[in-house]
Design a protein around this ligand. Structure first.
Ligand code: ADP
Ligand code: MG
Length: 279
């Protein structure tokens, strides 16, 4: 009797592996015992197991999408201080986390000074998209331009463009720092126009639109790029000074205010030094 049971278990494991149901395989005995104790029928048992498998599968694929997006750092909206950045409309950001802009192939532009949270917001929104099942890739714009130029030299540009075309959302971080090489600007423009109405873009830049000609090198290219980027797009301005600078200043104020500015406490003087070097 015992050997028959063991044989069934071995076969069951084998079939579940062949069917690629790892969670069912891992959980079937535990859930079976639980269902027996709770008087759950066979269909209820099957349902519980399949629900577990589905949940795990979603979790695994969200993890795969996050890895494939290649975020330089992981940022979330929970850690974004909206009070410190009043020009950023929290309602709009919350709406964007629903990812309807991706379904509508709309773009998001984040414009503001360095350190004002553009990359933070771009990463957090793109991570939300990963969690919701969209295919995402994050690039520093300079990195994308270098990759495009290398791919062109190695005759793999078509393959790279094919990979980009499969994305639902492409993040181009720090557009302002692109060196104005003519080839680079043309290749970047090509990516932006291919994405137009097919793939959503989140673009961050510390340059106001008037200065984009400096990045792209030509007025014609700048006009055409802005035309495609800003047609059906949300513009979020992160107005003000760097968050770290702001944060350091407010910490300094908090620490020094009650004790006066004697600076006797070593930790109290730290943020001041930080703030001065950032300036
Ligand atoms: P930018 O891309 O505009 O140059 P970042 O998004 O890289 O700025 O922000 C610089 C640092 O400050 C990051 O560590 C980021 O997480 C943090 N930061 C910026 N703005 C905020 C904010 N409003 N709340 C919390 N952290 C912020
Ligand atoms: Mg940035």
């Amino acid at each position: 009797m015992k050997s028959i049971e063991t044989k069934s278990k071995v076969l069951l494991r084998h079939h579940l592996k062949a069917l690629r149901l790892p969670t069912v395989s891992a959980e079937c005995e535990k859930v079976a015992a639980q269902c027996a104790a709770d008087n759950v029928d066979h269909l209820g048992y099957l349902l519980s197991l399949l629900e577990l498998e589905l949940l795990d599968r979603e979790k695994r694929s969200a993890e795969r999408r996050m890895k494939a997006a290649r975020f330089p750092t992981i940022k979330t909206l929970d850690t974004f201080d909206f009070v410190a950045r009043p020009s950023v409309n929290k309602m709009l950001i919350t709406e964007l986390t629903r990812c309807e802009y991706i379904d509508k192939r709309e773009n998001v532009l984040l414009i503001g000074n360095p350190g004002t949270g553009k990359s933070h917001l771009a990463t957090a929104l793109a991570a939300q998209a990963c969690a919701k099942g969209y295919r995402v890739r994050f690039f520093r714009t300079t990195e994308l331009v270098t990759t495009l130029i290398e791919a062109r030299d190695e005759r793999t540009l078509l393959r790279l463009k094919g990979q980009l075309a499969k994305l639902d959302l492409l993040v181009l971080d720090e557009l302002g720092y692109v060196p104005a090489s003519k080839v680079g600007a043309e290749l970047l423009f090509d990516v932006i126009s291919t994405a137009y109405e097919r793939t959503s873009l989140i673009v961050t830049s510390n340059l106001p639109f008037e200065s984009w000609t400096e990045v792209l090198g030509s007025e014609r290219l700048t006009g055409a790029t802005l035309d495609r980027l800003t047609h059906r797009c949300r513009i979020i301005e992160t107005k003000g000074e760097s968050y770290r600078l702001q944060d350091a200043k407010s910490r300094t104020a908090r620490v020094t205010a009650p004790r006066g500015a004697t600076g006797s406490n070593g930790t109290a003087t730290m943020p001041v030094a930080g703030a001065q070097t950032t300036k």
